[in-house]
Structures are given as structure tokens and as C-alpha cells.
Design a binder for this molecule. Structure first.
Ligand code: SF4
Length: 75
């Protein structure tokens, strides 16, 4: 099992630009100049998992997916 077991996907086309994700997990999510979500780190360390899951939870449009090493959805 690799250290980079998490995969983060953000559906920019669904993003509402609220900024909650980058507040919850600033190492993993940023924003484009227009304010839409940008994934800064598609395979964050396991230590980022709780922040990433919080980002998923605060996203008002469920634009964030979190997958484990097997591609199973964690959120
Ligand atoms: S929390 Fe959701 S809607 Fe808000 S910026 Fe992040 S992806 Fe976009």
C-alpha cells in the first residue's frame, strides 16, 4: 500500500465557488482566478484525510469526491 492512498477529485463544473473546501483543507484545495475549485494535491498524504473529508462535507454542491486506493468512495 502506497503512502499516497487517497485520490481527490473536484468537479469544477459543479463548483459554486463558496470556498469552503480550501478553508477546510488549504493544502489540498485552491481556487482559480475566477474562484472555482482547483485541486492542488490529487494524492494527499493520509494525514490530510480528515481535512479532505471535512471539505467534502462543507461543499454545498457535493463537487468533491474522495477515493481510497481501491477507488472506493470515502465520501
Ligand atoms: S466547497 Fe464546493 S462549491 Fe465551494 S469552492 Fe469548494 S468545490 Fe466549490
Amino acid at each position: 500500500v502506497s503512502e499516497t492512498a487517497i485520490t481527490v477529485i473536484a468537479h469544477e463544473d459543479q463548483c459554486a465557488g463558496s470556498g469552503g473546501c480550501r478553508k477546510a483543507a488549504p493544502l489540498v484545495f485552491g481556487a482559480s482566478p475566477d474562484g472555482w475549485v482547483v485541486v492542488l494535491d490529487r494524492h494527499p498524504q493520509q494525514s490530510q484525510l480528515s481535512d479532505v473529508l471535512e471539505a467534502h462535507d462543507v461543499c454545498p454542491v457535493t463537487a468533491i469526491e474522495v477515493l481510497d486506493a481501491e477507488g472506493e468512495s470515502l465520501a
